[in-house]
Design a protein. Structure first.
Length: 177
């Protein structure tokens, strides 16, 4: 830590003005020891669950900096409450829509975890369903449709690589279906 960083760490804001606090060396050492102890207590008493670590490690390996990010624009599980007065009966199908500048991914997942999706506008593409255990890769038909017989449990992400156009690859955020 350089001198400027140390000064910034010891500065405090009161009413918008920076107030410089001098920490004696013994107090600084005690403060650092307290934070190290709190850190070790948190790791011992509330460790990160192993499945969360496994998901994080596997999703890190599936990243691609060249992909365009597709934004979640519709999720029937979230928006169901908004339409509660319009529809009746229970939900049996979850609908999810991701949108990117060049394309849209529309998907439906049934209660049996069967997924049907479409790339809009219709085009030839390779769609990957990424999950903590690996990837499931499928090609779209002439209408841009694809399906997955069984969606794995846990968080998933989709990556779409158009094959017949100059559109960039698109990746979605991680979502639990």
């Amino acid at each position: 830590m350089n001198a400027d960083d140390e000064a910034a760490a010891k500065a405090s804001r009161i009413d918008g003005a920076a107030v410089h606090l001098e920490w004696p060396d013994a107090a600084e050492a005690a403060r650092e020891a307290t934070f190290r102890r709190l850190h070790s207590l948190a790791l011992e008493n509330d460790p990160v669950p192993p499945d969360v670590l496994a998901s994080a490690r596997s999703s890190f390996g599936l990243r691609s900096i060249d992909d365009e990010l597709a934004v979640l624009v519709y999720d029937s599980m979230i928006d169901h409450e908004l339409l509660a007065n319009v529809r009746s009966g229970g939900r049996t199908v979850r609908q999810v829509t991701f949108e990117a500048p060049d394309l849209v991914l529309e998907m439906e997942v049934s209660g049996a975890r069967y997924l049907v999706g479409q790339v809009v506008p219709s085009q030839a593409a390779v769609v990957e369903l990424r999950h903590r255990g690996g990837t499931i890769q499928m090609e779209t038909d002439e209408l841009g449709c694809f399906h997955v017989p069984v969606v794995p449990d846990g968080p998933v992400s989709f990556r779409c690589r158009p094959t017949g156009s100059a559109a960039r690859s698109v990746a979605t955020s991680w979502i639990t279906l």
